[in-house]
Ligand binder design. Sequence first.
Ligand SMILES: *Cc1c(COP(=O)(O)O)cnc(C)c1O
Length: 456
Amino acid sequence: MLDSIKKIFSGDADETVSTTGKPDISREKSAALYAKAKTFFPGGVNSPVRAFKSVYGTPLFIEKGDGCYLWDADGNQFIDFCCSWGPLILGHNHSKVREKVIEVMQHGMSFGAPTALENELAELILKNNKFIKKLRFVSSGTEAVMSAIRLARGYTKRDKILKFEGCYHGHSDSLLVKAGSGLVTFGETSSAGVPKSFADETIVVALNDKAALQKAFDEFKDQVAAVIIEPIPANNGLLLQEKAFLQFLREICTQNGALLIFDEVISGFRIGFEGAAGHYQVKPDIITYGKIIGGGLPVGAYGSSAEIMGNISPEGAVYQAGTLSGNPVAMAAGIAQLSELLKTGFYRDLHNKTEEFAEAIQRYASAKNYIFKVFSIGSIFWFAFTDQEAIRRADEIDPASMDKFKMLHRELINRGVYLGPSGYEVGFISSAHTKIDLEKAKRAIFESLDVVFRGK
Ligand SMILES: *Cc1c(COP(=O)(O)O)cnc(C)c1O
């Protein structure tokens, strides 16, 4: 990277120097809010990636969202491809979701006792998903996964879990673990505060590597309670797996008496109503959901067969509870959102739009010989500065390519397009993104790529 550019992105004084000839948008009010937020919150935020540490400038403080648009505190308008990191498959402030939430809120916001709304959302899900027979609602994806792991351990009476490098499963202790060196490794903690003894219960292997998986099972035969995977890994780039690998995973789990957990917190209801399990027609033993399931409010869920779910308290011995679990307002948002997804043609239209968008950008970049790939599936896309035809493992991503993403992000912000502030994050398209919006976004992306690759 050029020194002059390095300076710009290092957060030094002359941050406002633009590489584009196009002035940076005003972030005055966002910057003031951020300065104040830093006095309240570590790093000024309540979730780390929001702090814009991997991209240029201070984080934008959002004032309003409507459809596919966002407005920040300075009045700048953006076409939003972050969509709250996935939940907003109908876009911001969808009238059906808003109205249902307001209707339910008129009757109170939490009871700590069952409501009919929980039945309604559960029925909507279970009737349209052949992979699970019973479920439990919780309040976040992290909680769903953490509970699913406990369930797998309680059910199999084994302790170890196997995860893949490059998959994110929320921030619970046993999952904040990354691969060490070597083919099959005990995990190393990827956060301070996680005891080494916890990490020792987690085995980490590379994605798309049958031999490593086989070796792990040879070594830890009767100790593995569960294998957990994002069947569509979308938290560290978009590391699309081959169906054969997921089938292999299914078989090896069955052979070894380990449960297969699909973490569908992103892919659930995104890739189709039945998520990745439906897309690949591979049946896991437990599925976790989050994000879309709550329509923008905090909901998570885990589900399985009636037999396995029978191990959860109060029916069984695996304890799991929540003061706000099945919260009526959150259930209302989920019911309204999922009802829209069940309408005929919903996913077909969304996927077609995304495919056209991704292909047009790829055509443009390829015609100009830019080292750039758009990977996509369903309504998820990922911009990668690579010339590889496929990226299936975390270690195939070149960290140096993130410098280019940083530039791209800035150019897009200055042209009214908002991507999640990290090159490892994927983008989402919602049903609110019209063809006209996507045309506008494409033009901004073309111009921005031209700047990134200028004098390459
Ligand atoms: C977002 C995510 C989680 C964590 O969900 P939170 O609601 O942020 O706790 C877990 N797994 C996957 C695959 C996710 O994408």
